[in-house]
Write a protein that binds this ligand. Structure first.
Ligand code: 3HC
Length: 312
């Protein structure tokens, strides 16, 4: 089949809502777009383990520790699914990890903020995983087969993540006044960084046009952000927590809340590496990678040996 037919076939599959699979012909620019997005998604999962991992040894009860441990382990597994999906596009794991460890690749800005109190762990589960779910449920319908299948798998676990965070926030919001104050403080600090997770406003999103055209994204950054706000306001009201936005107001006409946008100057600064924890996160990932070298060598040696035995 020549390139012109390949293009037609690619477009036909997209229009028919069929998956593009690793062995299918795809435009180089589509492949590169997917590697960029899927790898940064994977990096986000792995770096996201750090702020929460900080609190495993300080969880207020054995149950809370077990639940948080399970959640952090899940995030590592999500990273694995996504690195594997990225590798199906022809990039090696080593190159993917090198892009993260050298700071060449992005990961979600949200993980460059510190987790100062136990309420932050509740806010991350409730707000951050809540935002991630909103985005990832949409990505279950993405046009690239391996990415969609990874999303379906991941979304099953994300709802547990959000529930565990909301449970922490309920315990604190309905607890002692000091606990409620701690929950409100976490709400204040995590609200706008969470809104940034959906990406810059559509008017400033260089990748969204292609992402929508190629059905990688099925909704835009602003549409998902709006849906997240509409859903979260009611949850905050139930907790008796105040969303730190004086502009927040129900708009009957648009059937959604009017709300203040995050500080996009702060957003740009954080994704350029100047957030409160960027340096710590990258240092922690590089340290873990260095300390894990022996595991990778042993696994490589083992697979070489078993391959030799199987070949004999
Ligand atoms: N943090 C860091 N970088 C961001 C960002 C964020 N919150 N939002 C956007 N960016 C970057 C984009 O990567 C892009 O830079 P690049 O071209 O160098 O990659 C630039 O800002 C412009 O943004 P666009 O909107 O044009 O880019 P996209 O079309 O890629 O949209 C996105 C950004 C919505 C994050 C999209 O990439 C996406 O949906 N990614 C998959 C979901 C994801 O990565 N989620 C991260 C959180 S995962 C998580 O939270 C784990 C959970 O278990 C806790």
């Amino acid at each position: 089949m020549d390139a012109i037919n390949h293009e037609d076939r690619f477009e036909e599959k997209l229009t028919a809502g069929e998956f593009i699979e690793p062995k299918d012909w795809m435009p180089e620019i589509y492949r590169k777009h997917l590697i960029r997005q899927i790898s940064q998604h994977a990096h986000s999962e792995v770096v996201g383990m750090l702020p929460e991992g900080n609190w495993i040894t300080r969880a207020p009860s054995l149950r809370a520790k077990l639940v948080l441990l399970a959640k952090v382990q899940d995030e590592g597994g999500h990273g694995l699914y996504l690195y594997t999906a990225a590798e199906s596009l022809g990039i090696s794991r080593d190159e993917l990890l090198d892009n993260l460890l050298t700071g060449k690749a992005k990961y979600s800005s949200i993980f460059n903020y510190p987790t100062l109190t136990w309420a932050d762990i509740g806010a991350i589960g409730w707000l951050v995983d809540g935002a991630a779910i909103m985005n990832q449920v949409m990505l279950q319908r993405t046009s690239y087969g391996p990415y969609s299948r990874a999303m379906i798998r991941i979304c099953k676990e994300e709802s547990f993540h959000q529930r565990q965070g909301y449970e922490i926030m309920m315990r604190m919001a309905f607890g002692a006044p000091e606990q409620k104050a701690m929950a409100q403080d976490a709400m204040n600090r995590w609200w706008y960084p969470t809104l940034m997770m959906f990406g810059p406003p559509d008017r400033e999103s260089p990748n969204s046009e292609n992402a929508i055209k190629w059905r990688i994204k099925r909704e835009t950054n602003d549409q998902l952000r709006q849906r997240f706000v509409n859903q979260t306001v009611r949850q905050a009201e139930y907790l008796g927590l105040t969303i730190p936005d004086a502009k927040l107001k129900w708009n009957e006409e648009k059937q959604g809340y009017d709300f203040s946008e995050p500080d996009w100057v702060e957003f740009k600064s954080v994704i350029q590496g100047n957030g409160p924890c960027n340096r710590d996160r990258l240092a922690a990932r590089n340290k873990a990678h260095k300390e894990g070298a022996w595991v990778r060598e042993a696994a490589a040696e083992y697979s070489k040996k078993t391959a030799a035995v199987n070949a004999a």
